[in-house]
Design a protein around this ligand. Structure first.
Ligand SMILES: [Zn+2]
Length: 189
């Protein structure tokens, strides 16, 4: 059994949450376990999912960012080439690399609390443990677990207005992040 502290912001997923996530993603969110973090307005921001979906498909990204405005902000950052820069730094900075590996192990241990999928047993998310491939997945972990768990997300999130320390609502403010924005959260599929 896991010896991790409970996820600090976790709350049950309601029928209304499932509806909102359908709007956020433009499709049904599958394998929902709970809501791991909410926007300042109460809408789901990070959903916790089972590592195996109802149809048997493995789904390693078990802390999945659904919040359109934050998804868009992270996509903008990804488009600047930041991920190559961060991956390069992992190769250069042993302390950063070690903390990132610890985040990877934490991801796997957290996921094991809600199920197992043999095919993805050693696969976490976002490129961990040696690369930075998806800021959305890393932010999902950081927002669900709180500061001090994912060192890359902890560097990136303070550069986004409203992301930390509290997740402030920008749902109606960030242009292009409206409900049913088709790009929301598709990076890890
Ligand atoms: Zn909001």
């Amino acid at each position: 059994m896991s010896t991790l502290p409970p996820l600090p912001y976790e709350s049950p997923a309601t029928a209304r949450d499932l509806e909102i996530m359908r709007e956020q993603l433009g499709r049904d969110m599958r394998g929902v376990v709970s809501i791991a973090r909410r926007c300042g307005c109460g809408r789901p921001a990070v959903v916790r999912t089972a590592p195996r979906l109802e149809d048997g498909t493995p789904f390693p990204t078990s802390l999945y960012l659904t919040l359109p405005w934050l998804t868009l902000e992270l996509s903008r950052l990804e488009a600047t080439g930041l991920m190559a820069e961060l991956t390069e730094r992992l190769a250069q900075e042993p302390a950063l690399a070690a903390a990132y590996r610890t985040a990877h192990e934490r991801y796997l241990a957290r996921r094991e609390e809600v199920g197992e999928a043999e095919e993805v047993r050693h696969v976490s998310a976002g490129g961990m443990p040696t690369r930075v491939k998806c800021l959305h997945a890393l932010a999902g972990q950081a927002l669900a677990e709180g500061e001090g768990v994912n060192p890359i997300a902890d560097e990136v999130l303070p550069g986004i207005d409203g992301a930390v320390p509290e997740l402030r609502c920008r749902c109606t403010e960030v242009e292009g992040s409206g409900a049913a924005a088709p790009a929301a959260g598709t990076e890890e599929r």
